[in-house]
Design a protein around this ligand. Structure first.
Ligand SMILES: CC(C)(COP(=O)(O)OP(=O)(O)OC[C@H]1O[C@@H](n2cnc3c(N)ncnc32)[C@H](O)[C@@H]1OP(=O)(O)O)[C@@H](O)C(=O)NCCC(=O)NCCS
Length: 175
């Protein structure tokens, strides 16, 4: 495994749009998502414009050195934010850097959320069958706060909710 890189987050620009679509349409990311169809360019462009016009939503590009490696989406509500993310699976697998970059992106997101963004809580959801995500989150102090069932392409799937508060994060990681 490559060493854990330093990942920094920056606001997405319009010229990141096609890159993010390619990442979202990767088979592995679609299988981890709540809709698994291949997203068409016009559907993605409409989503991109909707998110850009929404002050509560922030699309951030994770970069290792200057290379874009993934996207972090924060949807602010109630003093905290709902967090989703996906990575450039093909590019990172080719460089044997998927897991370390995933860890680095998680660290960068927590630093941002509980640093400059000042959130009281970070929340997320993942399919229960995607247990690797939940296990990794637990290593960073997230706890599972609940679960529910939802239809994903006609199949009933269990979704786990997880959360980490700023107070719990600071206790685990006194800076
Ligand atoms: C994987 C993950 C990002 C998928 O999220 P998602 O299925 O897109 O769900 P979201 O809540 O973000 O999206 C909500 C809606 O926006 C749509 N949407 C999301 N991204 C979009 C895009 N790039 N273009 C168009 N529509 C998009 C979804 O289709 C969905 O539409 P709907 O509300 O009409 O059903 C999210 O479940 C997650 O962060 N999981 C944990 C981390 C993980 O497993 N990451 C992947 C491994 S690399």
């Amino acid at each position: 495994m490559s060493p854990v890189p330093t990942v920094k987050l920056r606001p997405a620009r319009d010229d990141d749009r096609d890159l993010v679509l390619a990442w979202r349409n990767h088979r592995v990311v679609r299988q981890a998502s709540f809709t698994t169809h291949v997203i068409a360019p016009d559907e993605h462009a409409a989503w991109w414009a909707r998110v850009a016009a929404d002050d509560a939503r922030h699309v951030l590009i994770a970069c290792a050195d200057d290379t874009p490696v993934g996207v972090v989406i924060l949807d602010e509500a109630g003093g905290g934010a709902d967090w989703s993310f996906y990575l450039d699976v093909d590019g990172l697998e080719a460089r044997r850097a998927l897991l370390p970059t995933w860890i680095a992106t998680e660290i960068a997101t927590l630093d941002h959320a509980f640093g400059p963004a000042g959130y009281a809580e970070l929340r997320g959801e993942a399919l229960a069958k995607n247990s690797a995500v939940v296990k990794l989150h637990e290593r960073f102090g997230f706890t599972v706060t609940g679960e529910y069932q939802r239809e994903v392409d006609g199949e009933t799937e269990t979704v786990l909710r997880y959360a980490l508060t700023a107070a719990a994060y600071r206790e685990e990681d006194p800076a």
